[in-house]
Design a protein around this ligand. Structure first.
Ligand code: FES
Length: 155
């Protein structure tokens, strides 16, 4: 396999790694950088558990080749609350207040996708939020409260 070197910014911190060119952003984050908040569900672009922001846009990290991200800014669930548990991101707080999870496995991806949804302005109605969050599957079926949490954080 061909190796490549990639330097990118993850949650505001410069990181460099030499990786097999086939490495996904998801595996780079989890296996090399120890950022296991981003979850691997299907590893095939179908569930949204691995959603992160790349240069402000949401992507499925399992479908994104890490070597193509030279110079990119990546934000994961670990980068949302610089104040730790005392100062959560407004969407993290909304997920707690709206009881928007059960097992929690999909939650990091739901939250990152919700941030993208809010930034893109797709929050004018519950139906619009449902549509633009439709790439994020929740096996526990917490969709009603997930939509409420995104609505709350969108203001
Ligand atoms: Fe990436 Fe399911 S793990 S979409």
């Amino acid at each position: 396999p061909v190796s490549g070197r990639v330097s990118l910014v993850v949650n505001g911190e410069g990181r460099t790694a030499t990786i097999d060119n086939r490495t996904s952003l998801l595996d780079l984050l989890r296996e090399r950088f120890g950022l296991t908040g981003t979850k691997k569900g299907c590893d095939a672009g179908a569930c949204g558990a691995c959603t992160v922001l790349v240069d402000g846009r949401r992507v499925n990290a399992c479908l994104t080749l890490a070597v193509r991200l030279e110079g990119a800014e990546v934000t994961t669930i670990e980068g949302l609350a610089p104040g730790g548990d005392d100062e959560l991101h407004p969407l993290q707080q909304a997920f707690i207040e709206q009881d928007a999870f059960q097992c929690g496995y999909c939650t990091p991806g739901q939250i990152m996708s919700g941030i993208g949804c809010i930034q893109e302005g797709h929050t004018r109605s519950p139906g619009e939020i449902r549509e633009w969050m439709s790439g994020n599957i929740c096996r526990c079926g917490c969709y009603v409260n997930i939509v409420k949490a995104v609505e709350q954080a969108a203001g």
